[in-house]
Design a protein around this ligand. Structure first.
Ligand SMILES: Cc1ncc(COP(=O)(O)O)c(C=O)c1O
Length: 403
């Protein structure tokens, strides 16, 4: 310092880019904090508010990872678009499970979990100001991708008297014409509804007419309680208009592993692959090898898991039923979508359940305006705990009725 001045650190304000400001806020953070506070106070809280599978990954998949990790060739970078054997295993799985034929080179993109892909597709297809259609209530990550792209979101109401399926022809004509992308999700989070072939056929016809891309989120594809959920790609013409997102998170209790994929329309797949070439070098190769074992190995673990969730649903609903509260059974996913008592909002009911009965459920309003009047209950505790939760909720309903 020749002139003897002290060099002070420059203070300046670091300004986030506008796109960050557009991201929706994390609605459920408040409830999670309240629950944590009660647990810290020593309360016996039953947390059914989140969607994080509680059971372990089947042991044959864990062993496959252990074996793969011992092989130093898995410690290197993966090929950019994943190992070819995984893409082939994905196609073999879809051919076997759904009778859907896919090209592993052109019609598959490997994802860091479904969540990443569901945000990426909006970056690939939407310009600022474009319109994307989302289900209301629906999974909030669709909103995040649309917001990051600077696009507009228009909602498609999912109403109980329409089996929680959108009515495409209720969408105003100008919105229909302007929309470029539509998100669908069956089995559905949060409503537990499923869709049949006829519904998907009408979705394909609507997409062709309106020239929009369908992104079908099949995250809960393995979990159906009445009929086996069908893949959107089973429908004639589906590949012409859309793609389907799948994840190992729910089918194999692999939420922490971050393995997902998207399948279908080759043009959309190539866009997602291109974007991902700039973001990632695909998944850890050892995880990819274990994913092959999950998809091509014995599928009895999946059947068992569905039976477990079915029994858990009965455990939750039986005490409610016994006390005269018949709650509609979920057809798929691991969520029960329960109506709140007349005149009580979803947030009021969730707060009441937490503060008076130590049960955490997710208020429906967090999934969109049409989620008001419902709460989402996750079947992610043991049968015993769910029976206890059911009986606490029934007592809460009695108390509210008496007020
Ligand atoms: C409807 C829906 N789609 C996608 C996902 C994403 O799952 P993952 O990112 O673990 O693959 C979830 C997870 O909760 C979900 O509920």
């Amino acid at each position: 310092m020749s002139n003897g001045e002290i060099n002070m650190p420059v203070q300046f304000h670091i300004q986030p880019a506008k796109r960050l400001g557009r991201l929706p806020s994390q609605f459920f953070a408040k409830l999670t904090q309240q629950a944590a506070r009660r647990i810290a106070m020593g309360h016996d809280v039953i947390n059914l508010g989140q969607g994080n599978p509680d059971l372990p990954t089947p042991s044959h998949i864990v062993s496959a990872l252990q074996e793969a990790i011992e092989d130093p060739s898995t410690h290197r970078y993966s090929p950019f678009r994943g190992i070819p054997e995984l893409r082939e295993a994905i196609c073999a799985h879809y051919a076997r499970e759904y009778g859907v034929d896919l090209d592993p080179e052109q019609e598959v993109a490997i994802l860091f979990g479904g969540k990443a892909g569901l945000v990426e597709i909006s970056q690939c297809l939407l310009e600022p100001g474009d319109i994307a259609l989302v289900p209301d209530p629906g999974y909030p990550d669709y909103w995040s991708g649309i917001a990051l792209a600077g696009a507009q979101m228009e909602v498609m109401p999912l109403l109980e008297d329409h089996q929680f399926l959108p009515d495409f022809y209720e969408i105003p004509k100008d919105v229909r014409r302007a929309a470029k992308l539509m998100f669908l999700n069956y089995p559905n989070n949060p409503t537990g509804a499923t869709a049949n072939e006829e519904f998907f056929q009408s979705a394909v016809a609507f997409a062709k007419e309106s020239e929009l891309v369908i992104a079908h989120d099949f995250a809960y594809g393995a979990i159906g309680f009445l009929d086996r959920p069908i893949s959107f790609l089973q429908i004639a013409g589906a590949k012409d208009v859309g793609v389907e997102f799948y994840t190992l998170s729910k089918s194999y209790n692999m939420a922490g592993w971050r393995v997902g994929f998207v399948l279908g329309n080759a043009r959309v797949i190539s866009m997602i692959n291109e974007l991902q070439d700039h973001l990632f070098v695909s998944l850890f190769p050892a995880v990819q090898r274990a994913a092959i074992v999950a998809l091509n190995g014995d599928q009895s673990c999946v059947k068992q898991l569905v039976q477990t969730y079915a029994k858990r649903q009965q455990a939750l609903l039986a005490p409610l039923d016994d006390m005269g509260y018949s709650v509609k059974q979920s057809k798929g996913s691991f969520f029960v979508w329960m109506k709140t008592p007349q005149g009580i909002s979803s947030e009021q009911f969730s707060t009441f359940l937490l503060e008076h009965y130590d049960v955490v459920v997710a208020p429906g309003i967090g999934f969109g305006a049409r989620g008001e009047g419902y709460v989402r209950i996750a079947l992610l505790e043991t049968e015993q705990r769910l029976r206890e939760a059911g009986s606490r909720i029934a007592r809460a309903l009695n108390e509210l009725k008496a007020l």
